[in-house]
Design a protein around this ligand. Structure first.
Ligand SMILES: C[S@@+](CC[C@H](N)C(=O)[O-])C[C@H]1O[C@@H](n2cnc3c(N)ncnc32)[C@H](O)[C@@H]1O
Length: 168
């Protein structure tokens, strides 16, 4: 996974920089969360959301071991509405979308949680059994109101960045 969809590559693709607030939805044990926390620095924050308590426990252990203080673990399913509206510059769904039963609710929550101009970066990796194909992602994105940017990468890992429009 780290060879084909490494954290630094995915942070670059999403344009994560110092001072940003980042939502890592379906963070697992923190493969993206920890590098994101380092990149945003003390002036930024990462909210690490996962539906599995075990994953957040593993993440908390790493945060303590590495003395990381700018990550806020959040036990929730994405789509349940536990995130703060218009609070994030970037959001990630990395090999998560296929595990979410109500994908529309998930994308709607992330749309609400992003600031205008914020980016949701979705990465899918072959041969994940839950992989979502670009057409499915694009159709969900259009229904939610996101602006679509060209896919980056390809096989075995691709990323699609979706932008929440600026207010007119
Ligand atoms: C394949 S892992 C990916 C973890 C991480 N994104 C990565 O790239 O290493 C999928 C994660 O999504 C989480 N997940 C599944 N459904 C979810 C939901 N509805 N809301 C939040 N997290 C969810 C799982 O608990 C699991 O930790």
């Amino acid at each position: 996974m780290n060879r084909v969809a490494g954290a630094e590559l995915l942070l670059d693709r999403a344009g994560v920089t110092a001072g940003m607030n980042v939502l890592d939805a379906g963070c697992g044990p923190g493969r993206i969360t920890l590098p994101a926390a380092r990149r945003v620095g003390q002036s930024g924050e990462v909210v690490a959301l996962d539906i599995q308590p075990d994953m957040l426990q593993r993440l908390r252990k790493k945060l303590a071991e590495q003395s990381v203080s700018n990550v806020r673990p959040l036990l929730a399913g994405i789509g349940e509405g536990k995130t703060t509206p218009e609070s994030f510059d970037r959001a990630f769904l990395v090999t998560v979308l296929g595990e979410i039963p109500d994908k529309t609710a998930a994308l709607q929550e992330i749309y609400r949680a992003l600031k205008p101009g914020g980016v949701l970066s979705i990465t899918e990796v072959f041969p994940d059994p839950d992989i979502q194909m670009p057409d499915t992602i694009l159709s969900l994105a259009r229904r939610t109101g996101f602006l679509i940017t060209p896919k980056t990468g390809g096989f075995p890992a691709f990323t699609i960045n979706l932008i929440k429009p600026e207010r007119s």
